[in-house]
Design a binder for this molecule. Structure first.
Ligand SMILES: *[C@@H]1O[C@H](CO)[C@@H](O)[C@H](O)[C@H]1NC(C)=O
Ligand SMILES: *[C@@H]1O[C@H](CO)[C@@H](O)[C@H](O)[C@H]1NC(C)=O
Ligand SMILES: *[C@@H]1O[C@H](CO)[C@@H](O)[C@H](O)[C@H]1NC(C)=O
Ligand SMILES: *[C@@H]1O[C@H](CO)[C@@H](O)[C@H](O)[C@H]1NC(C)=O
Ligand SMILES: *[C@@H]1O[C@H](CO)[C@@H](O)[C@H](O)[C@H]1NC(C)=O
Ligand SMILES: *[C@@H]1O[C@H](CO)[C@@H](O)[C@H](O)[C@H]1NC(C)=O
Ligand SMILES: *[C@@H]1O[C@H](CO)[C@@H](O)[C@H](O)[C@H]1NC(C)=O
Length: 335
């Protein structure tokens, strides 16, 4: 990964030339990264002719390693769990000729799962599986470029919408350690319908014509590299699901908003009405009983109103006769 492409190409061509003259390695070779091998090569070294455990050797030659977005390196092969078999696993990751990561284990032959640090993810992975059965052993050495192991994260930034009878889905390139070249990516769209998923190459959008706008669409996408960019690529996980509701439901949104705002408003109005009734009962009781202090003032007020609207009556005169000056004054005002 740290190598520049030109450098890697030169190196791998040199390796091919040097391959014939290379020296052997063994499992405990501390300088496994010093050995020169071509990428994608598979070497076999055996104590005796392999025919006694050919089946097992074929199985460990089917090893597949993957580097997931979580920096998890998984290497697995068809199960060889068997009482009389012991399997040694040696993994080194090389940056140029220097090992930046080593791992070894001896067991019955299950898969290997390792979580790598960012600085341990480098250029080349060398994996050695050594199977021992009774007095014989066979070692298989894989040399692969780490870029060949990458499993992409799902595409991000997915949006989907239905307009004029077409469903348009857009997304962003999945993040890759190796390339930003959009022509290296392939996608699969699952539209949540009965039809097969759509396959797309090197594009970050897709439009499906003549969709039924009354249906709900559930869209999810996964990605992998094109075969030109990676051998035997593996699909990423599915992205989260983007849901496109029918436009009918979208029209209802204002209604929903007005209902959700309206209900509290109506409740508020009801509460205010109830409270107002109580308040008015207090302010204007059925039989008003003004405090004695104000009786005089209120009565005087009544009189003045009467004077303004109608000519004074006898009872009025009687009530007000104690207050002559006032009476006269009001009479003058009314005239
Ligand atoms: C095979 O392994 C043996 C023992 O580890 C070693 O001496 C020999 O050089 C190896 N041969 C090759 C071709 O790797
Ligand atoms: C494979 O393992 C056996 C014993 O487990 C050992 O003797 C042999 O040297 C190993 N071979 C390689 C190539 O590492
Ligand atoms: C891996 O092992 C080799 C050989 O023992 C050693 O030179 C190298 O420093 C080790 N690298 C790490 C990161 O442990
Ligand atoms: C990697 O291997 C481990 C152990 O076998 C497994 O639990 C895990 O699901 C694998 N990871 C992926 C992403 O396949
Ligand atoms: C997400 O998509 C929008 C438009 O579709 C684009 O402008 C934006 O750059 C994208 N974001 C990322 C992180 O790719
Ligand atoms: C891809 O693009 C991002 C942002 O533009 C950049 O940080 C990253 O290094 C690029 N990766 C490769 C492999 O070119
Ligand atoms: C969608 O539903 C409406 C009424 O609900 C109907 O009038 C219209 O024909 C439907 N459209 C399609 C494409 O089925």
């Amino acid at each position: 990964m740290k190598l520049f492409p030109v450098h890697s190409i030169l190196w791998s061509s040199l390796l091919l030339v040097l391959l014939a003259s290379q020296s052997g390695t063994d499992a405990s070779n501390p300088d496994v990264c010093q050995d020169t091998r071509s990428y994608g090569s598979l070497e076999r070294n055996s104590s005796k002719p392999v025919d006694h455990h050919t089946e097992i050797v074929k199985k460990i030659e089917d090893v597949v390693c993957r580097l997931y977005p979580t920096n998890k390196l998984n290497c697995s092969w068809p199960s060889i769990l068997q009482e009389d078999i012991q399997l040694s696993v040696f993994i080194s990751i090389c940056d140029d000729k220097k090992a930046v990561f080593n791992f070894s284990s001896v067991d019955k032959g299950g898969p290997v799962s390792l979580t790598l640090l960012e600085q341990e993810i480098s250029d080349v992975l060398i994996l050695q599986l050594n199977v021992t059965q009774h007095d014989r052993w066979t070692a298989v050495i894989h040399t692969v470029k780490m870029s060949e192991l990458e499993v992409l994260p799902p595409p991000t930034n997915i949006s989907a919408s239905v307009r004029d009878g077409s469903l348009t889905v857009k997304w962003s390139l999945p993040h890759s350690r190796e390339t930003n070249d959009s022509s290296c990516f392939q996608y699969e769209l699952d539209m949540g319908d009965q039809e097969n998923p759509r396959q797309l190459d090197g594009e970050e959008s897709y439009t499906e014509q003549n969709v039924d706008p009354n249906l709900t669409y559930k869209v999810r996408i996964r990605a992998r590299k094109e075969e030109d960019c990676q051998e035997q690529p593996e699909w990423s996980d599915w992205s989260h699901t983007v849901i496109v509701e029918p436009s009918v439901h979208k029209l209802n949104i204002p209604v929903i908003i007005s209902i959700s705002l309206g209900i509290p408003m109506i409740l508020l109005a009801v509460v205010l009405l109830v409270r107002y009734q109580r308040v008015s009962e207090v302010l204007f009781p059925p039989i008003p009983r003004p405090p004695p202090k104000y009786i005089y003032f209120l009565e005087k007020n009544e009189t003045s109103n009467l004077f303004h609207t109608a000519p004074p009556t006898e009872p009025m005169e009687e009530i007000t006769e104690v207050e002559d000056t006032e009476e006269n004054h009001e009479k003058t005002l009314s005239n």
